[in-house]
Ligand binder design. Structure first.
Ligand code: PGA
Length: 251
């Protein structure tokens, strides 16, 4: 049985301080949905304000530097995120792997730094369309997991997000069978590497074009412990129903 389910929003490079009204609106929609955890990862500029404006919703960063401090213009360290009120950080998102050439090794170093700073990490893995078409999906995911996940994890501080690159922002999603196959595979790799305790309690999120109208069926798939949501997390009117669907999906 995994830890509390997680509905995570990734705002990417979207959101000015005026967008904090969405957090207020989301809080009112959550009501007594306390069987799942809700996380929003806004741009770094909003982490502090958002963390101060909510106690109900966890706040996270979208990236961090592997070092604690130093001469790295434009970067943000895990300690800085934590100091600003973040409790999570997304690492190895495919947009960072592509836009910034991030390797598995770099993602693992960032994750180690984040864990040492007391943050929980959401490590993203996922295949491209050509990798899926070449029937390489599980090999790619297995390689990214082995390379990107550091050793010092517990079931509490590690979350894996399976995000097929071709499903992100496209409106396309894998079939439920395809999602189930990858999530079962990720679970088996976690158990093999970390044993039954950590391996079973680590949450595995699905991400890529999750919307209010497909969330329920995705949350019904085995080993799906929540979602990492991009576009549909920007508005409470879209994200609220996704959180409700997760809450209703039961244990
Ligand atoms: P999407 O993005 O929900 O807009 O497809 C998901 C993600 O990139 O985390």
């Amino acid at each position: 049985m995994a830890t509390r389910k997680l509905a995570a929003g990734n705002w990417k490079m979207n959101g000015l301080s005026s967008a904090l009204v969405e957090i207020e609106a989301l809080e009112t929609m959550l009501g007594d949905c306390d069987d799942c955890e809700v996380l929003i990862c806004p741009p770094a500029t909003l982490v502090s304000q958002m963390a101060q404006s909510t106690s109900r919703i966890a706040v996270g960063g979208q990236d961090c530097h592997p070092e604690k401090a130093g001469a790295h213009t434009g970067d943000v360290s895990a300690d800085m995120l934590s100091d600003a009120g973040a409790s999570y950080v997304i690492l190895g998102h495919s947009e960072r792997r592509t836009d910034h050439n991030e390797s598995d090794e770099l993602v693992r170093e960032k994750a180690r730094a984040a864990l040492e700073a007391g943050l929980k990490v959401v490590i993203c893995v996922g295949e491209t369309l050509s990798e899926r078409e070449a029937a390489n999906t599980l090999d790619i995911i297995g390689g990214q997991m082995a390379g990107s996940v550091p050793d010092l994890v517990t079931g509490e501080n590690l979350v894996i997000a399976y995000e097929p690159v071709w499903a992100i922002g496209t409106g396309l999603t894998p079939t439920l069978e395809q999602i189930g196959e990858v999530h079962d595979f990720i679970r088996s790799r976690l158990v093999r590497r970390f044993g039954g305790g950590v391996g079973i309690s680590t949450r595995i999120l699905y991400g890529g074009s999750v919307k209010p109208d497909n969330a329920k069926e995705i949350f019904g798939v085995s080993n799906v412990d929540g979602a990492l949501v991009g576009g549909a997390s920007l508005k409470a009117a879209d994200f609220g129903p996704i959180v409700s669907a997760l809450s209703l999906s039961g244990g």
